[in-house]
Design a protein around this ligand. Structure first.
Ligand code: HEC
Ligand code: HEC
Ligand code: HEC
Ligand code: HEC
Ligand code: HEC
Ligand code: HEC
Length: 348
C-alpha cells in the first residue's frame, strides 16, 4: 500500500516538466534520502522501520532508483514478455524470466532469468543477487552487493550516463575503479528507442571500463579469449561492411552498414550515424553484450545458442529478440564480422 504511494510520488516528480531530475549532477537530496524516515508522521521507508544505513527513501540503493526508473523510461519494467523501449543498455525486466534457454531441449532445461545479465539487490522489487556467480567472472567484485550504484554514481558525474571513472571509490569502498568511464553519447530517455539510425554512439573505452570489475577478460595478449578493445583490421571491417544478412552476404555498403545489434567503437560514431567501421574501429564487450540485461543468457545482444535467429524464444517462451534482417534464414550475428554463412545452404 505505502509502496504504491511512493511509486506514485515518483511519477508525479517525473511528470513535472519532462525535465531533469538529476540535471546532469546531484539531484535534490530528498528525492532519494530521508533524514528521519518520517513525513507527516508516516514512515517514508516502511520496509525499514528503524531506517537504513544510507538514510534512503527505500531499503536498498537499487530499490530507490527503480521506484522512478520503471516509469521514466525504463530499464526495469515488470513484464519480461512486453519489455520497455530499448535505449542501449537493455532491460532488467528479463531478470524476472523463468527460462532463457532456446538451445537444444531448452524447454526441459531451463536457464533462469538471473543469467539474463547483471543482477540487482532490490528485494523491494523482487530482485536478488545472482545465484550462480559469487563474483564478477575475471575479477573480484562481489555479486552480493551488485546494483545500480555499482556502476552509476547516485550523485552524478560529468561522464556518460553518470558512470564511475578512474580513481572512483564505489559503494563505500567495495572497489576502486582504475579505468576511466567510456566515451559515448546516449539517446534521450524521453523519446524514441534504438534503431539503425538512432542508437548509443560508442566511441571508445568500454572494454577497459567493463574491465574495472571483469579484470583482463579482454586481454588476449595474456589469455586466449576473444579480443575486445582491439582494432578490427582491414579484412574484418570489409566483411562487416559487405555483410547484409545471410541472404545478402556481399550486398552491403560502408555508408549504410552500421548494425545497432552488433556495434563497434569508433570516435566518429554519432547517435544517428549509419556508417560501418574502418580498419581502425574496435571490437568491444558491447559488440556482443548489453550492459544491463537481455532476453538471452549472458546478456547477449543476440542468443548465442541458436542457429537461426528465428529460433529465439521458441524453446524457452521468453521474449524473442528481433532479427534485424527479419529473415527466417538469418544465422548468428557473429557473421557480421566473420562471414561463416558463406558456402552454406540457404534453407533452414
Ligand atoms: C525521483 C525520480 C528518480 C530517482 C529516484 C532516480 N532517477 Fe535517474 N532519472 C530520473 C529522470 C527524470 C531522468 C531523466 C532526466 C535526467 O537526466 O535528469 C533520469 C536519468 C537517469 C540517467 C541517465 C542520465 C543521462 O542524462 O544520461 C541515469 C544513468 C540514472 N537516471 C540513474 C539513476 C540511478 C542510478 C538512480 C538511483 C541511485 C536514479 N537514477 C534515481 C529520475 C530519477
Ligand atoms: C538519485 C538518488 C540520490 C540523490 C538525489 C542523492 N543521493 Fe546521496 N546516496 C544515494 C545512494 C543510493 C547512496 C548509498 C551509497 C551508494 O549506493 O553509493 C547515497 C549515499 C549518500 C551518502 C553516504 C555515502 C557517501 O557517498 O558519502 C551521503 C553523505 C549522501 N548520499 C548525501 C547526499 C546529499 C547531501 C544529497 C543532495 C545534495 C544526496 N545525497 C542526493 C542516492 C542519492
Ligand atoms: C561494478 C562491477 C561490474 C562492472 C563495471 C561490470 N560488471 Fe559484469 N558482472 C559483475 C558481477 C559481480 C557479475 C556476476 C553477478 C551478476 O551477474 O550479477 C557480472 C556478470 C556479468 C555477465 C554474466 C551475467 C550472467 O548472469 O551470466 C556478463 C555477460 C557481464 N557481467 C558483462 C559485463 C559487461 C559487458 C560490462 C561492461 C559494459 C560489465 N559486465 C561491467 C560486475 C560488473
Ligand atoms: C554493470 C553496470 C551497470 C549497472 C548495474 C546498471 N547500469 Fe545503467 N547503464 C550502464 C551502462 C554501461 C549504460 C550505457 C549502455 C549503452 O548505452 O549501451 C547504462 C545506461 C543506463 C541508462 C540509460 C538508458 C539505457 O537503457 O541505456 C539508465 C537510465 C540507467 N543505465 C539506469 C540504471 C538503473 C536505474 C540501474 C539499476 C536498476 C542501472 N542502470 C544499473 C551500466 C550499468
Ligand atoms: C565476440 C563476442 C564477445 C565479446 C567481444 C565479449 N564477449 Fe563476453 N561472452 C560472449 C559469449 C558468446 C559468451 C558465452 C560463453 C562463452 O562463449 O565463453 C560470453 C560470456 C561472458 C561472461 C559470462 C562468463 C561466465 O563464466 O558465465 C562474461 C562475464 C562476459 N562474457 C564478459 C565480457 C566482457 C567483460 C567483455 C569485454 C571485456 C566481453 N565479454 C566481450 C561473447 C563476447
Ligand atoms: C565487431 C566484429 C566482431 C564480431 C561481431 C565478432 N568478432 Fe570474432 N574477432 C574479431 C576480431 C577483430 C578478431 C581478431 C582477428 C585477428 O586478430 O585476426 C576476432 C577473432 C575471433 C576468433 C579467433 C580466430 C581468428 O580469426 O583470429 C574467433 C574464433 C572468433 N573471433 C569468433 C567469434 C564469434 C563466435 C563471434 C560471435 C559470438 C564473434 N567472433 C564476433 C571481430 C569480431
Amino acid at each position: 500500500m505505502r509502496k504504491a504511494l511512493l511509486i506514485i510520488m515518483g511519477l508525479v516528480l517525473v511528470a513535472a516538466p519532462a525535465a531533469a531530475f538529476h540535471d546532469g549532477g546531484v539531484a535534490h537530496c530528498n528525492g532519494c534520502h530521508t533524514m528521519h524516515n518520517s513525513q507527516d508522521g508516516v514512515l517514508v521507508d516502511p520496509d525499514s522501520p528503524n531506517g537504513n544505513p544510507w538514510l534512503l527513501v527505500d531499503a536498498t540503493p537499487s530499490d530507490v532508483c527503480i521506484s522512478c526508473h520503471t516509469h521514466v523510461d525504463d530499464p526495469v519494467g515488470s513484464d519480461p514478455l512486453a519489455p520497455p523501449p530499448l535505449k542501449g543498455a537493455g532491460n532488467f525486466t528479463y531478470l524476472l524470466e523463468d527460462n532463457l534457454n532456446d538451445g537444444y531441449a531448452g524447454a526441459a532445461n531451463p536457464i533462469p532469468g538471473d543469467a539474463a545479465g547483471h543482477n540487482l539487490v532490490a528485494p523491494g522489487h523482487g530482485l536478488a543477487a545472482d545465484a550462480t556467480h559469487s563474483t564478477a567472472p575475471g575479477g573480484t567484485f562481489p555479486a552480493s552487493v551488485m546494483g545500480c550504484t555499482s556502476c552509476h554514481d547516485p550523485h552524478g558525474t560529468q561522464d556518460f550516463r553518470f558512470l564511475y571513472g578512474a580513481g572512483r571509490v564505489v559503494q563505500g569502498g567495495v572497489t576502486t575503479f582504475t579505468n576511466p568511464a567510456p566515451t559515448a553519447e546516449g539517446l534521450s530517455l524521453f523519446f524514441g528507442s534504438e534503431s539503425q539510425s538512432s542508437h548509443t554512439a560508442y566511441q571508445g573505452g568500454m572494454s577497459a571500463w567493463c574491465g574495472n570489475c571483469h579484470g583482463d577478460f579482454h586481454n588476449n595478449n595474456t589469455q586466449l579469449v576473444h579480443p575486445s578493445g582491439s582494432t578490427l583490421g582491414g579484412s574484418i571491417s570489409t566483411t562487416y561492411n559487405l555483410y547484409n544478412g545471410t541472404v545478402d552476404q556481399s550486398g552491403g555498403a560502408q555508408a549504410t552498414a552500421y548494425l545497432a545489434e552488433v556495434p563497434f567503437e569508433d570516435a566518429a560514431n554519432t547517435t544517428s550515424s549509419t556508417a560501418g567501421p574502418s580498419a581502425a574501429s574496435q571490437v568491444s564487450c558491447i559488440t556482443c553484450h548489453r550492459a544491463h540485461a537481455t532476453s538471452a543468457p549472458d546478456a547477449g545482444r543476440w542468443d548465442f545458442s541458436v542457429t537461426f535467429l528465428e529460433e529465439d524464444g521458441v524453446e524457452s517462451g521468453s521474449y524473442a529478440i528481433p532479427d534485424p534482417y527479419n529473415n527466417p534464414n538469418q544465422r548468428s550475428l557473429c557473421n557480421k564480422c566473420h562471414n561463416k554463412d558463406a558456402f552454406d545452404a540457404i534453407t533452414p
